[in-house]
Design a protein around this ligand. Sequence first.
Ligand SMILES: NC(=O)c1ccc[n+]([C@@H]2O[C@H](COP(=O)([O-])OP(=O)(O)OC[C@H]3O[C@@H](n4cnc5c(N)ncnc54)[C@H](OP(=O)(O)O)[C@@H]3O)[C@@H](O)[C@H]2O)c1
Length: 261
Amino acid sequence: MTARTGQEGVLLSEGVSIPLIGFGTWQLDGDDAYNGVRAALDIGYRHIDTATAYGNENRVGAAVRDSGLGRQDVFITTKCPPGNAGREAQTLDASLSALGVDFIDLWLIHWPPHGEARPDMWKAFVAALEQGKTRAIGVSNYSIAQIDELVTATGRAPALNQIPWNPFVFNEREVAELRDHHVVLEGYSPLKRSDLGNPVLTEIAAAHGKTAAQVILRWHVEHGFVVIPRSRRRERIEENFAVFDFELTPEELRRLDALGA
Ligand SMILES: NC(=O)c1ccc[n+]([C@@H]2O[C@H](COP(=O)([O-])OP(=O)(O)OC[C@H]3O[C@@H](n4cnc5c(N)ncnc54)[C@H](OP(=O)(O)O)[C@@H]3O)[C@@H](O)[C@H]2O)c1
């Protein structure tokens, strides 16, 4: 897959397009959340990842509003904490209110509650989708077996699974299983969990005049994995989005995939 601008998306099962690169906001509080989202939208990101647990939805919402972009131009994900099982509708209403929006684009179960799939929670997510409060629904940190449990109980698969992902944990079998389930793979902590000094990465980066971080993010884009890097520094927010002006060769992709072996 080759993406040439920042706006290419992946189609979720609901027919909604999610931009391949989003801006992560975990651990960005107050001004850092506001300034980070403002910078990201200014630079060209059109996808923001937050969560009830991050405690920054109000600052994220303010930044989206102040950006001057239309609500429909920014893809917003938020997540329901596992501890809020049984209070899903109230949790989503609180997210909508904090963000200051009528709907979100993607709502995720943040973690399997106590390691369980919880089809009852998933049913509440389906209800929210049917009410139009979210355009798509998915999960995070779910195994394939847990996804199967949701499908068996409700007939509806999550549109997406947000999981830790980078070349060092790449696993072809997991990719194939999610694809077979029509579940889009979204990677989190792409940089933090990577060895940015790895010689394969630095060699490929040097060949393209790019940084190791950019090679990792480009690797996601070429595979069609959604990815949500986070930074509190404007220059890095910019760096992490400047990955649409080069392409990895098939051999480079193979070498990066092999880091996960
Ligand atoms: N669903 C889940 O359970 C879950 C879990 C974790 C994360 N997430 C989501 O995924 C997003 C990303 O994951 P993450 O925040 O854990 O980690 P990350 O984006 O992989 O890494 C963030 C760290 O990398 C640094 N960094 C950013 N850009 C860099 C660059 N170009 N070169 C070198 N270092 C760079 C940042 O420092 P500076 O700020 O100093 O630049 C920060 O310390 C989160 O913000 C959140 O939205 C979801």
